[in-house]
Design a protein around this ligand. Structure first.
Ligand code: URA
Length: 434
C-alpha cells in the first residue's frame, strides 16, 4: 500500500477501507509515515470528511495503537465522563464523588489545562499533597476500594492520538468532526469503561460554536460508542459563559466543595444532576430519570458525596481535612472587585475572555511547560440575565499582586456586556443524545 495513493483517494472524495485506515494509523504511530504525508491526509479528511464506517475504523485503529485498560477485574459498573472543554468546568470534582458514593466505579484519566481551558489535574493539585501519578497498580486498587480515581495517564494509551492531535494543532485540522470524534472516542474506549457520558460544550468558550455543530458531534460520538459496544450518552450544554462562578484552580475546588455541601444551586449542579442521571440509568441503578435525580440529590443532602471526595483525596495522598476546612487550600493575597459602570442586566459574558483573564493572572498555561499559580483566578458574581446596580461588583479578582489584579479588572470588564433590556433566557442543557 502506498500512502500517496491513500492521500489522493481521500482528497478526491473516496472511501477508505478498514485495512487502509489501519495502515495509515499504524504507519504514522510507528514513524514510518512522515508528518508531511499525514498532514496532507488530515487536510484531505478535513475537506472531504469521513462516513460513519470510516470514522469507526479510524477510532478503533487509534484505540489499538497502544495499551488499553482492562477494567473487567473490577466489580460493578465502570463509568467514565468526558467534557469537550470549557471555562470554569469543575464538573468532575462534583459529579464523580456523587456517582461513586452510589456504587458506580469511576476510573478517570484527566489532563492538565492548556490555553483558556482548565485541567482537572491542576485543580486536584490544590489539595495539599495530592498525587496525580499513582501508577497502574494503585489506580486499579483505588477504583475497587474507593470507587473513584482521577489521575494522570497511567499507561501508554492511544499514542496515535497524541501524535495526530499535536499535528492537527499546527496544521489547521483540529475542527473536523470525524477527527474530533475519533480523537475523543479512541481515548475513552481505550480507558475501558462500560458507560461513557460526554459533555459536549457549545458556545464562545468551546470548540463547537453553534448548537447545530455540537449536535452533529454529540450524535456521531454516541453512535461510535454504541458501535464499539459501550453505553454512550452525550449532553449538549451551553459554554457561552463560564460554568458556575469560579474560574481558577483552587477557587474552582472551593466551589465544587460548596456545591457538594448543598450551598449552591445553579448551572453546575444542574449539569452534575443531568450527567449523573445519564450514568445511573445507563448503569441500570435507577429505573427513571426522576429516581436517579433524587438519588443524586440524596448524596448531597446526606453528606455522602462530600465524604467520598475526602476519602478519594486521602487515597491519593492529599490532606482530607482540606475538604472540610477550605482555608487549607491555596489562597491569593490580593482580592479586588470589578464594579459595574452602569446599571442594567448582564446580557453577555465572554467565556473565552474570562478564561484568558484567569490565565494571565497565572492560573493557566500559555505553554505545556508553564507553572500554574493555583490560588489565582476570578469569581463571577453576575451571570447572564442577572440585574446589576451601578457600582455593584460583577466579579472578584484573586491575584498575586495589586498590579496583576488591576490589569485583570480591566480585562474582565471588557468581557461583560450590560444592557438596559434583560436578554432572552437561553436553555443551559441544549439536548441529551442517547
Ligand atoms: N478534545 C480531544 O481530545 N480531541 C479533539 O480532537 C478535540 C478535543
Amino acid at each position: 500500500m502506498l500512502m500517496t495513493e491513500l492521500i489522493t483517494k481521500k482528497r478526491d472524495g473516496g472511501k477508505l477501507s478498514g485495512e487502509e485506515i489501519r495502515f495509515i494509523v499504524d504507519g504514522y504511530t510507528k514513524g514510518d509515515i512522515p508528518d508531511y504525508q499525514m498532514s496532507a491526509f488530515l487536510m484531505a479528511v478535513f475537506f472531504q470528511g469521513m462516513d460513519r464506517e470510516e470514522t469507526l475504523e479510524l477510532t478503533m485503529a487509534m484505540m489499538h495503537s497502544g495499551d488499553t485498560l482492562d477494567l473487567s477485574g473490577i466489580s460493578g459498573v465502570k463509568a467514565d465522563k468526558h467534557s469537550t472543554g470549557g471555562v470554569g468546568d469543575k464538573t468532575s470534582l462534583v459529579l464523580v464523588p456523587m456517582v461513586a458514593s452510589l456504587g458506580v466505579k469511576m476510573a478517570k484519566m484527566s489532563g492538565r489545562g492548556l490555553g483558556h481551558t482548565g485541567g482537572t489535574l491542576d485543580k486536584l493539585e490544590s489539595f495539599p499533597g495530592f498525587n496525580i501519578n499513582i501508577g497502574h497498580e494503585r489506580f486499579m486498587e483505588n477504583v475497587e476500594k474507593v470507587g473513584m480515581v482521577i489521575a494522570g495517564q497511567t499507561a501508554d494509551l492511544d499514542p496515535a492520538d497524541k501524535k495526530m492531535y499535536a499535528l492537527r494543532d499546527v496544521t489547521g485540522t483540529v475542527n473536523s468532526i470525524p477527527l474530533i470524534v475519533s480523537s475523543i472516542m479512541s481515548k475513552k474506549l481505550a480507558a475501558g469503561a462500560d458507560v461513557i457520558v460526554l459533555d459536549v460544550k457549545t458556545g464562545s468558550g468551546s470548540f463547537m460554536k453553534t448548537p447545530e455543530d455540537a449536535h452533529v458531534l454529540a450524535s456521531e460520538m454516541v453512535e461510535i460508542g454504541k458501535l464499539a459496544g459501550r453505553k454512550t450518552i452525550a449532553v449538549v450544554t451551553d459554554m457561552d459563559q463560564p460554568l458556575g462562578s469560579a474560574v481558577g484552580n483552587a477557587l474552582e475546588v472551593k466551589e465544587a466543595i460548596a456545591t457538594l455541601k448543598g450551598e449552591y444551586a445553579g448551572d453546575l449542579l444542574e449539569l452534575c444532576l443531568t450527567l449523573g442521571t445519564c450514568i445511573l440509568t445507563a448503569a441500570g441503578l435507577a429505573d427513571s430519570d426522576a429516581s436517579a435525580r433524587a438519588m443524586l440529590q440524596g448524596t448531597i443532602d446526606s453528606g455522602a458525596a462530600l465524604e467520598k471526595l475526602a476519602e478519594f483525596v486521602a487515597a491519593q495522598d492529599g490532606d482530607p481535612n482540606s475538604v472540610y476546612d477550605t482555608s487549607l487550600l491555596p489562597m491569593a493575597p490580593v482580592h479586588m472587585e470589578v464594579p459595574a459602570e452602569t446599571a442594567g442586566y448582564v446580557s453577555h459574558l465572554d467565556a473565552l475572555g474570562i478564561g484568558m483573564t484567569s490565565l494571565k493572572l497565572g492560573g493557566g498555561r500559555a505553554t505545556k511547560e508553564s507553572d500554574v499559580d493555583l490560588s489565582v483566578g476570578v469569581v463571577v458574581h453576575k451571570k447572564v440575565g442577572d440585574r446589576v446596580a451601578q457600582g455593584e461588583s460583577l466579579a472578584t479578582i484573586h491575584a498575586a499582586t495589586e498590579e496583576a489584579a488591576a490589569a485583570a479588572v480591566a480585562q474582565y470588564r471588557a468581557c461583560v456586556t450590560v444592557t438596559a433590556q434583560a436578554p432572552d433566557p437561553v436553555p443551559f442543557i441544549k439536548e441529551i443524545v442517547r
